[in-house]
Design a protein around this ligand. Structure first.
Ligand code: C2E
Ligand code: MG
Ligand code: MG
Ligand code: MG
Length: 284
C-alpha cells in the first residue's frame, strides 16, 4: 500500500520498507543455509479414521530446527521459499523425504504431502514423484497430495492436467483448507478430488456458531454425493468430535489426537503401534 501513497507518505514509509526488505533478504539467506545444512525436518501429524478410531495416515509438515528448543513453523518461512523459488528444490526434498519415511511405516499407513502452486508448475514434479516411489518401492495408493484452491486459481488448465497425471500414477489428491477461498464450490467441478479437507476455522467455531455447523453439514453432504472423502482439521476437543462424527465426517486431524511430531518418533513396519503411538483413544 505504501507504493500507492503520495510522496510524503512514501518518504515516511521508506525506513520501514527497507527494514522489511532487509529482514526478508536475511531470512532468505538463512533459509538457504538451513536447507543446505539439514536444519529442515519433516514432522508428521496423525489422520484419524472415524470409522475405526485408528490412525489412517500422517500429514507431513515442514519444520525448521534452528536449535534444540527453537523450531520454526512454515508460517514464518514458507512464503519466502515460494517467492524466491527455493520451494522447488525444497519441495523435491520434502517429497523424497516423506515418501522414504512412509516406506518404513506399517503397510496400511498413508502419507499426505502438501504441494504449493510453484511446485505444481515445475515440470520436474512428476519425475520427482515417480523416482521417489520407485526408489522406496512405496505403493502409490499410500501417497496423497494436498493442494489448495490457489493452485486452481492461476494457470488452472495446466495445473489440472498435472493433477490428472499425478492421479494416473495412482496417488490420491486432496483439496486442502476448503472453505477459505473465493468460489470453493466451483473448484469441486474442476477436478474429481479424492478428499476435501475442511479448514480448521470452521471446526474452531463449530460449537459456538450455527452457521459453521450448517456449512460443515452442507460440505459433508456435497462431498458424499460427489464420492469424495472428508477430513476435518484442527480438532481440539471431544465436543467437536461428537458433532463431526454425527455429521458423517470420515477423518479427523488435530492437536487433541496429536500435535505434529518428529518422524523419528513414529512406529516402524516391524513394531507394533502400541509401542510408540502417542495418540490417545479419543475417537471411541
Ligand atoms: P495445512 O496443510 O492446512 O496443515 C495443517 C496445519 O494445521 C498445520 O500447521 C498443523 O500443525 C495445524 N494444526 C493441526 N491440528 C491443529 C489443531 O488442532 N489446532 C491448531 N491450531 N492447528 C492445528 P503448520 O505445520 O504450521 O503448517 C501450516 C501450513 O504450512 C500448512 O497448512 C501448509 O499450507 C503449509 N505447509 C506445511 N508443511 C508444508 C510442506 O511440506 N510443503 C508445503 N508446500 N507447504 C507446507
Ligand atoms: Mg495440508
Ligand atoms: Mg489444511
Ligand atoms: Mg489449514
Amino acid at each position: 500500500a505504501a507504493k500507492l501513497d503520495g510522496r510524503g507518505c512514501n518518504r515516511m514509509f521508506e525506513p520501514y520498507m527497507d527494514e522489511e526488505a532487509r529482514r526478508r533478504t536475511q531470512l532468505e539467506v538463512d533459509l538457504r543455509r538451513a536447507f543446505q545444512e539439514n536444519e529442515l525436518e519433516m514432522y508428521y501429524q496423525p489422520l484419524m479414521e472415524v470409522k475405526t478410531g485408528k490412525i489412517k495416515g500422517y500429514e507431513s509438515l515442514l519444520r525448521w530446527r534452528r536449535g534444540e528448543n527453537d523450531v520454526l513453523l512454515p508460517a514464518e518461512f514458507i512464503e519466502i521459499a515460494e517467492d524466491t523459488g527455493l520451494i522447488v528444490p525444497l519441495g523435491e526434498w520434502i517429497i523424497r523425504t516423506a515418501i522414504a519415511e512412509a516406506a518404513t511405516w506399517p503397510d496400511h499407513i498413508t502419507v499426505a504431502i502438501n504441494l504449493s502452486p510453484t511446485q505444481m508448475k515445475n515440470p520436474s514434479l512428476i519425475s520427482t514423484v515417480i523416482n521417489a516411489l520407485a526408489t522406496n518401492a512405496l505403493d502409490p495408493a499410500r501417497v496423497e497430495f494436498e493442494i489448495t484452491e490457489s493452485v486452481l486459481l492461476e494457470e488452472s488448465e495446466i495445473n489440472i492436467k498435472t493433477l490428472h497425471v499425478l492421479r494416473d500414477l495412482g496417488v490420491k489428491i486432496a483439496l486442502d483448507d476448503f472453505g477459505t477461498g473465493f468460489s470453493s464450490l466451483n473448484y469441486l467441478r474442476a477436478f474429481p478430488f479424492d478428499k476435501i479437507k475442511i479448514d480448521k476455522c470452521f471446526v474452531t467455531e463449530l460449537e459456538t456458531r450455527a452457521d459453521c455447523r450448517a456449512i460443515i453439514r452442507a460440505v459433508m453432504c456435497l462431498a458424499n454425493d460427489l464420492g469424495m472423502r472428508t477430513t476435518a482439521e484442527g480438532i481440539e476437543n471431544q465436543n467437536q468430535i461428537n458433532i463431526l462424527k454425527a455429521q458423517g465426517c470420515d477423518e479427523m486431524q488435530g492437536f487433541l489426537f496429536s500435535r505434529p511430531i518428529s518422524g523419528k518418533l513414529l512406529p516402524r513396519k516391524d513394531e507394533t503401534a502400541q509401542n510408540r503411538s502417542t495418540v490417545p483413544d479419543e475417537l471411541h
